[in-house]
Design a protein around this ligand. Sequence first.
Ligand code: ATP
Length: 209
Amino acid sequence: MKDDRIPRATVKRLPLYYRHLNILSDQGKSRISSKELSEIVKIDSATIRKDFSYFGELGRKGYGYDIQKLIQFFRKILDQDEVAKVALIGVGNLGKALLNYNFIKNDNMRIDLAFDTNKQKIGHSIGNVHIYALDELETTLKESGIQVAILTVPASASQQVADRLVDSGIEGILNFTPVRLNVPDAVQVHSIDLAVELQTLNYFLKNKS
Ligand code: ATP
């Protein structure tokens, strides 16, 4: 379901709701109020009610939300029925850690292929993920049909690799480099700069009133 009326901020919260609803379901819970969910996900209950209201009648007043119904609904929206296969470019410290992590606790996403330029790494596997030569990027990605890539190359190589990813049919890039990437409008880039995140956190800690 792709609906332009649903705000981007709401869409961004859906995976968080989905993850915690699954945890609640595993704990045997069948119903939850927006207030209870609010305490768990640390989002105020008015925002939760507003978010859910974009998807029609998902709950009843005084009864709460049916957890299974929410999970099924969000699974469809998030396309969680299919395993989302991802490629990773740059098997350095961070790339290696992500390959070992490989979202094993989420059975609906998986890093399937990795690429690097270092001959000592090419041909080996980390966490069952084969490392290909960067020379094989275009052919391997096109063959795989993968649409999302994680970028953990050095900053100096990031734009060049991003251009090649776009040419290989990649539609989404999770960018761990500090570089602001230039890509066509149709390509989504989400950037995670761990140093910036920590710096921001430190700033808020030091400037707490
Ligand atoms: P990290 O940045 O993850 O901490 P690191 O410090 O170990 O890694 P970097 O120099 O940042 O190493 O390089 C990350 C990885 O990217 C290395 O494995 C390196 O071989 C690889 N790499 C370098 N240039 C490219 C490129 N153009 N394409 C793909 N991989 C590359």
